[in-house]
Design a protein around this ligand. Structure first.
Ligand code: GLU
Length: 439
């Protein structure tokens, strides 16, 4: 390996652009937030900082047209993406979301946060993410299946069990993964279970995967609470989002004796001082497609959610929910980010000034991809583990990762987010350096 000259001659500026040309500053959105997070970590990277530009550019971006025949015979076109942010530590890994507001900037940020997350919990993956700009609720089941299959086929040129492994995310689930696995397998001519994770258990899926993200949120929540001397018994928990992540986190906190006082989803915002019956609310949401109409709670306006006093606030919906506009009025002791990117950098600073601890997404919601990793390993070895074994290993990884991040935050006097980025970026850039530049 020919070593690069180091330090680089300071006189000649590099012929490189600060931003990839396909991104205009005005469209930065979540990707802009991610770039700010990276900038905060660079001063802590020591000599590895010379590779930091790598983190600011996704390795590979694929934009695909997804045409499908609708039930009425017409042809509709949807915009699909798969972004591989970094593959220094292993194949790309990250979910696929179906949402009407999906943009390239969003998928880029989500792919980058996967790189950080996977490195933070030290699973041997890079980061990737995919999405289709579509409201899946407007499609029939048949249309949804055709859309999923065509999207999979279009991104099939860059995914694979050793290349990039999709998984569920917002509005995608085990059925989506079954269709993706089947489509990929039909195209390559052999059943390839390891191409996606989050599959049904009968199709190479893993026990415990569905609950894994929520279980991880709960696990780091317990660890953080202990360090703040916050007792879970009777602690007030507010949860935004009641999908796979929010509902499981709420249930585990309630089982530990906490009071889930507020829940918000796309359909309603509910409040109950004495605590909601989470299991009953889950049944209601499964039956009615949302929490609206649940009888045993007070209904609030959606903005009033941010005024609910809590000890633990769990944003588990979409990005950019806690912003400059509401961070000043949030009354809680800690925020555990179940969603990806729910807090903007400006809001992060406001919460820090107000002494509210933020357990960042890149560690808090890493339980999902951790069990995805277990699923992928089980698929390769065709040897399946018990649920107990999976949960124990998950809890151990989450606790160890959290403790390592906490120690860095303590030592460097930085936020948990910056500490997680320090741990993760060092791992990524160290492998980057070991591999060297090709050619
Ligand atoms: N979509 C999940 C996340 O944001 C899981 C990704 C995976 O399992 O690959 O972490």
């Amino acid at each position: 390996m020919t070593p690069l000259p180091h330090p680089a001659p300071p006189s000649a500026p590099l012929p490189t652009h600060a931003l990839p040309s396909y991104l205009h500053a005005a469209e930065l959105g979540p990707w802009g937030n991610y770039l700010q997070q990276v900038d905060r970590v660079i001063p802590h990277l020591g000599p590895l900082a010379r590779w930091a530009e790598t983190l600011k550019r996704p390795k590979r971006i694929l934009v695909v047209d997804v045409p499908i025949q609708m039930d009425d015979g017409r042809v509709a076109h949807f915009e699909g993406y798969r972004v591989q942010h970094n593959v220094s530590r292993g194949p790309g890994k990250g979910g696929v979301r179906f949402h009407q507001d999906v943009t390239l900037s969003e998928v880029m940020a989500l792919s980058a946060w996967m790189s950080i997350k996977n490195a933070a919990v030290n699973v041997p993956y890079g980061g990737a993410k995919g999405g289709v700009r579509v409201d899946p609720k407007t499609l029939s089941l048949g249309e949804l299946e055709r859309m999923t299959r065509r999207y999979t086929s279009e991104i099939g040129i860059i995914i694979g069990p050793n290349k990039d492994i999709p998984a569920p995310d917002v509005n995608t689930n085990e059925q989506t993964m079954a269709w993706m696995m089947d489509t990929y397998s039909m195209n390559v001519g052999s059943t390839t279970t390891g191409v996606v994770t989050g599959k049904p258990v009968d199709l190479g899926g893993s026990l415990g995967r569905r609950e894994a993200t929520g279980r991880g949120v709960f696990t780091v929540g317990v660890e953080a609470a202990r360090r703040l001397d916050l007792h879970l018994l009777d602690a007030r928990v507010a949860v935004q989002g009641f999908g796979n992540v929010g509902s499981v986190s709420a249930k585990l906190f309630a089982e530990a004796g906490a009071r889930v006082v507020a829940v918000q989803d796309h359909s309603a915002t509910l409040y109950a001082e004495a605590g909601l019956d989470v299991a009953a609310l889950q049944r209601h949401a499964a039956e009615h497609g949302g929490i609206a109409g649940y009888a045993h709670a007070q209904s609030l306006s959606s903005d009033a959610f941010w005024d609910v006093e809590s000890d633990i606030l769990i944003p588990a919906a979409l990005e950019q929910q806690i912003t400059e506009a509401n961070a000043g009025r949030i009354r809680t002791r800690m925020v555990i980010e179940g969603a990806n990117g729910p807090t903007t950098p400006a809001a992060d600073d406001i919460l820090a000034d107000r002494n509210i601890l933020v357990v960042p997404d890149v560690i808090a919601n890493a339980g999902g991809v951790t069990v995805s990793y277990f699923e992928w390993v089980q698929d390769f070895s065709s040897f399946f583990w018990s649920e107990d074994e999976i949960n124990q290993r998950l809890v151990r990884i989450m606790r160890e990762a959290f403790a390592a991040v906490w120690a860095v935050a303590d030592e460097r006097r930085v936020s948990l987010r910056t500490a997680t980025f320090i741990v993760a970026c060092k791992r990524i850039l160290h492998t980057r350096e070991l591999r060297g530049l090709y050619p």
